[in-house]
Design a protein around this ligand. Structure first.
Ligand SMILES: O=C(O)CCC(=O)C(=O)O
Ligand SMILES: [Fe+2]
Length: 411
């Protein structure tokens, strides 16, 4: 299976692994820890908490205190996303995604679960849209920008730099938490800042109607339901992802393994977790990608996640006004220096984990301490760039089809 959700890979069979969450059953939010890394306190303690969260959940909230990234910069980045996606289609299409993974793309929502997921089957569905910015050099984008946002180049470069700085800080904390392991981070890489826009529920309902009724008929189509996913189950394939979301626009869910019977279930990830309500902006959600999971022999967990429509029975944070509005999010996908060889990091904790797995199973693969198995986290490749190319090739089949023009990716 492939989709064009580059920087992420939809995992084959992910849907069949999930438990059914019957309507009426209470859906518990994911118990993802919230960590503040902005202080000058005990860095070792913070690093330990960060690694523990990465091992247990693969996700962690980093409190937004404004010190690492000013709240205004985050607000401005969302305003820019709205402006960009409003630009005329031809402008955006003139910047269609290229093999370097930069530019504008549509993303197909795969039909992973035919029983529950209907929208994925629609032929003319309004799909999520994304615009990817690669690294800037001296404040200049190394790719065409739509004229509508050309004058905003310094702002985008600055936001990229803020994200990069935060990712370096996290990288270094993870290094400390893993026992002084060195996680390389400087030099040209496949790092991407992605602005995302998911169409509103109403647009999908309208598309469903178009697809199921003859044009002359005024028969009502069944409304789209929470079972229709906005982005299918996937893992991210870089090292770390920073995710910015807007209060009132939830939808992200992580796949959890229930300690009781090992069953898998989807748990919502609130935008504003308890205790962060008065922060200047919602915490930055950080998740471990396949590469970092592979790098640490599976100690750090690359967790499957997806984006769904608001659930009618959910708590206040799950009641999305954005049923009628588009949903925006911003992801910063960190990649290590392209030439870096992907050998397991020289960490005592990683070695101990590998040894424990070895003795338990006679040679285990990648996965968190709770037994997660993500096929992409296990794959061996030579360098970070080779890994990225392999994953992009799987995601952008059209783009890599040698019989097609490189610009032929459908927007
Ligand atoms: O939009 C979101 O909340 C999640 C996006 C995501 O998982 C991704 O782009 O990889
Ligand atoms: Fe993702």
């Amino acid at each position: 299976m492939s989709d064009s959700y580059a920087h992420t890979t939809t995992v084959p069979g992910a849907a069949s692994m999930e438990t059914t969450q019957t309507s009426g059953q209470a859906i518990q939010d994911a118990a993802i820890p919230v960590i503040d890394i902005s202080g000058d306190g005990d860095q070792e303690q913070v690093a330990r908490e960060l690694v523990d969260a990465a091992v247990r959940h693969g996700f962690v909230y980093i409190r937004s205190t404004g010190k690492d990234i000013p709240a205004q910069a985050i607000d401005d980045a969302f305003a820019l996303a709205r402006k960009l996606f409003k630009a005329p289609l031809e402008e955006k299409q003139s910047c269609n995604i290229q093999k370097n993974n930069r530019g504008y793309s549509g993303m197909h929502v795969e039909t992973l679960d035919p029983k529950n997921q209907r929208i994925g089957d629609l032929k003319e569905k309004p799909t999520p849209r994304a615009f990817n910015f690669g690294e800037f050099v001296n404040g200049k984008a190394q790719q065409p920008l739509p004229p509508t946002i050309a004058s905003d180049e310094p702002q985008i470069a600055e936001f990229f730099a803020y994200c990069h700085r935060l990712s370096l800080k996290l990288n270094s904390l993870l290094g400390i938490g893993l026992g002084q392991a060195h996680l390389p981070s400087r030099g040209p890489s496949g790092t991407i800042l992605r602005l995302l826009r998911y169409p509103p529920l109403s647009a999908l309902a309208a598309a469903a109607q178009d697809a199921t009724t003859p044009s002359s008929s005024n028969k009502q189509a069944a409304p789209a339901s929470a079972a229709d996913v906005r982005a299918g189950a996937h893992s991210d394939y870089g090292s770390l992802t920073l995710l910015f979301r807007l209060a009132g626009q939830p939808g992200l869910e992580v796949q959890q393994i229930l300690p009781t019977d090992g069953a898998r279930a989807w748990a919502p990830v609130p935008v504003v977790p308890a205790g962060t309500e008065s922060d200047p902006s919602p915490p930055v959600l950080v998740n471990i990608g396949d590469l970092l999971s592979y790098w640490t022999g599976g100690l750090l967990r690359s967790t499957l996640h997806r984006v769904v429509f608001p659930r009618p029975g959910g708590g206040p944070d799950q009641q999305e006004k954005a049923g009628e509005e588009p949903r925006y999010s911003i992801a910063f996908f960190c990649h290590p220096v392209g030439t870096f060889p992907l050998e397991p990091v020289p960490s005592e904790r990683v070695r101990a984990f590998a040894a424990a797995q070895q003795s338990e199973s006679g040679g285990g693969g990648a996965g968190g301490e709770e037994g997660e198995s993500n096929p992409y986290a296990e794959r061996k490749v030579l360098t970070a760039d080779e890994h990225l190319q392999m994953r992009l090739r799987a995601s952008y089949l059209d783009l890599y089809d040698d019989n097609k023009d490189a610009g032929g990716q459908k927007a």
